[in-house]
Design a protein around this ligand. Structure first.
Ligand SMILES: *[C@@H]1O[C@H](CO)[C@@H](O)[C@H](O)[C@H]1NC(C)=O
Ligand SMILES: *[C@@H]1O[C@H](CO)[C@@H](O)[C@H](O)[C@H]1NC(C)=O
Ligand SMILES: *[C@@H]1O[C@H](CO)[C@@H](O)[C@H](O)[C@H]1NC(C)=O
Ligand SMILES: *[C@@H]1O[C@H](CO)[C@@H](O)[C@H](O)[C@H]1NC(C)=O
Ligand SMILES: *[C@@H]1O[C@H](CO)[C@@H](O)[C@H](O)[C@H]1NC(C)=O
Ligand SMILES: *[C@@H]1O[C@H](CO)[C@@H](O)[C@H](O)[C@H]1NC(C)=O
Ligand SMILES: *[C@@H]1O[C@H](CO)[C@@H](O)[C@H](O)[C@H]1NC(C)=O
Length: 531
């Protein structure tokens, strides 16, 4: 890769900065607890199984665009875990005779009654970059042990070495209340019942010989537990509810999973709140992480267990066009992933999919014509051409994944930073982190979350940050012409854009001389590496 270095100050790469740009003094010591060291699996994904073929193709014809993006992450050292999960896993059935990976049974308007998967669904896992691991998801929605068990056995027989954990059921908080009569104990009892039966079947039908006979979980079939949303429901099954209720009394829990969606377009009231300024309000994002997610994280960590954000995205019910398909989504994703990194999530699974007509009867999004997929506007990409979203392409959010991967690489331990001092920078418009990686490498991630819109009157605001004494730093910048930019060709990470999956442009690393300051414009983020 070519490396282009611009002279002296970061600002030089952007043209002259204004003489009157105010300087802010940043204390680069942690203002929060420092996290555990993060692994190459931290940046991970969840893909709605009903749309598996659209995203990944068939084993003999893999979907180039999606795999190109995954390869971009792997080439930077990331090893995303793939959860084949979401609401449609709860009506997913395995048919050993079906030739295609995944076939939807729909009502003609995009309502999905069933997703039937065949052996190709699992065989396709061989097309993922080497080192990819998976969460094998099992249908709990049909309330049928044979259906759940057949999925587990098929995945084990075809891909045992790639399965990290099994997951029984998606978002039990959304099941009909008749299922467990709003009782945590009823839920726990049935979950233990199913997982014990499934684990016994898995152990008694282990394929003999070949490969890593113990698999990633050391031979023991282990499950994710909870997979609850933070919606206010009568069934209390978040990890903080399930741990005291004895969910691990049979020793089958590997990690705790919780889902994070702070905004939604599932109904008109919440749709009004799903705006660019709201999804970029750092104060609110941090409050949601602390109030809704962290109590479950803490319950897991206190019990000695790991926890994951098994599914999340900015705006539930498939995002909001003109918000989640803009550069704002890149700033949102980077900030939220780092908030959960500080809070010791082992992995965070950004959800990818398409509109599900059965999710809500008053949602903003709809499937495409004739029930074709209306791809979620919060996804990394539109994997195929579609009537609803136009040509296949990468969305502006993708660059955030490169920022987070590079920020945490090398076992990075991350903490929050206090607001830079000097007046003016508001806590809802600014987010800062310090990362300490192996070999004592120190990095900063600075996110200026203040929206700057296309066509906005006046000059784009900017913050000049005095990062204290140093012997020189290198800066990589995540930027776009404006916060509402929708064309990924104009959105760059370290000078490169990725609209068609491949990098366009040369890597641009800005060199800041000894003691120099770092410029962050409104709606922009930087990764600063101390030399
Ligand atoms: C994260 O884990 C580290 C130990 O690795 C601990 O010191 C820290 O307090 C934890 N942070 C939170 C927010 O729980
Ligand atoms: C995508 O297609 C191009 C051109 O045919 C090919 O060079 C590249 O290897 C493919 N990438 C993947 C990940 O399959
Ligand atoms: C599974 O449950 C769904 C939703 O209730 C239902 O439409 C479908 O017919 C069920 N499938 C089977 C095989 O029972
Ligand atoms: C588990 O489920 C089976 C089949 O429904 C039932 O016979 C058994 O009583 C259940 N066991 C427990 C402990 O709930
Ligand atoms: C569940 O219990 C088993 C057996 O005691 C233990 O090995 C495992 O670490 C526990 N899992 C969690 C998530 O605490
Ligand atoms: C940002 O969120 C906080 C916490 O929810 C709220 O108090 C504040 O009014 C919000 N700020 C703006 C500008 O919306
Ligand atoms: C998105 O913005 C475009 C251009 O301003 C507008 O035509 C379109 O109606 C908007 N879409 C939605 C769903 O608001």
């Amino acid at each position: 890769m070519l490396m282009k270095s611009s002279a002296v100050l970061g600002a030089a790469a952007l043209g002259a900065w204004a003489q009157d740009t105010p300087t802010y003094i940043l204390n680069t010591n942690p203002s929060s607890p420092v996290s555990q060291p993060h692994t190459a699996q931290f940046v991970s994904y969840s893909f709605e199984p009903a749309f598996w073929t659209e995203f990944f193709g068939e084993p003999s014809s893999p979907r180039n665009l999606t795999f190109t993006l995954l390869n971009q992450l792997h080439s930077r050292g990331a090893r995303p875990i793939i959860r084949a999960g979401g609401i449609t896993m709860d009506s997913m059935i395995y048919d050993p005779k079906q030739a295609l990976s995944a076939v939807r049974t729909e009502n003609g308007k995009g309502g999905i009654y069933r997703t039937t998967i065949g052996p190709s669904f699992y065989k396709q896992w061989d097309n993922f970059p080497p080192g990819t691991t998976f969460i094998s998801t099992l249908n709990f929605g049909n309330n049928s042990l044979p259906i759940a068990r057949d999925l587990a056995l098929a995945s084990q027989s075809l891909q045992r070495d790639k399965i990290l954990y099994y997951e029984l059921g998606n978002e039990p908080t959304n099941y009909p209340s008749s299922r467990w009569q709003r009782s945590t104990a009823n839920y726990v009892s049935q979950w233990l019942n199913f997982t014990s039966a499934i684990a016994s079947s898995l152990l008694s039908t282990r394929p003999a010989g070949g490969g890593d006979s113990d698999g990633p979980t050391g031979g023991k079939p282990l499950f994710w537990a909870s997979s609850a949303t933070t919606d206010k429901t009568d069934l209390h099954v978040r990890p903080s509810d399930l741990i005291p209720a004895g969910i691990n009394k049979t020793g089958r829990v590997g990690q705790y999973s919780i889902h994070s969606y702070a905004f939604a377009t599932c109904d008109p009231a919440r749709e009004k709140l799903a705006t660019i300024p709201n999804i970029l309000n750092h104060t609110a994002l941090k409050a949601y992480a602390d109030d809704e997610i962290y109590p479950s994280a803490k319950a897991a960590l206190d019990s000695g267990a790991g926890w994951v954000v098994g599914e999340f995205n900015s705006i539930a019910c498939s995002g909001k066009p003109n918000v989640s398909d803009t550069f704002a989504q890149a700033l949102w994703t980077a900030d939220v992933e780092l908030l959960y990194a500080v809070r010791n999530a082992s992995s965070v699974h950004l959800h990818q999919g398409a509109t599900l007509a059965f999710q809500s009867d008053q949602q903003l999004n709809t499937p495409g014509d004739d029930g074709t997929p209306g791809f979620s506007s919060y996804s990394l990409l539109y994997p195929i051409d579609s009537s609803k979203r136009g040509e296949a392409r990468v969305l502006p959010v993708f660059v955030s994944q490169l920022l987070v991967v590079e920020a945490l690489k090398g076992g990075g331990r991350i903490a929050e930073l206090a607001l830079p001092k000097g007046g003016g920078v508001k806590s809802n418009e600014w987010s800062g982190y310090v990362v300490q990686a192996a070999g004592k490498e120190k990095r900063l991630v600075l996110l200026n979350m203040k929206p700057f819109y296309a066509g906005q009157a006046g000059k784009r605001g900017e913050v000049m940050v005095d990062i204290g004494k140093h012997n020189g730093v290198e800066v990589k910048r995540m930027t776009a012409p404006s916060v509402d930019e929708k064309d990924a060709a104009k959105v760059t990470w370290a000078g490169q854009s990725f609209r068609d999956g491949n990098a366009v442009g040369e890597v641009t690393v800005e060199k800041v001389a000894k003691g120099g300051k770092v410029l962050v414009r409104d709606s922009e983020a930087v990764l600063v590496t101390f030399l």
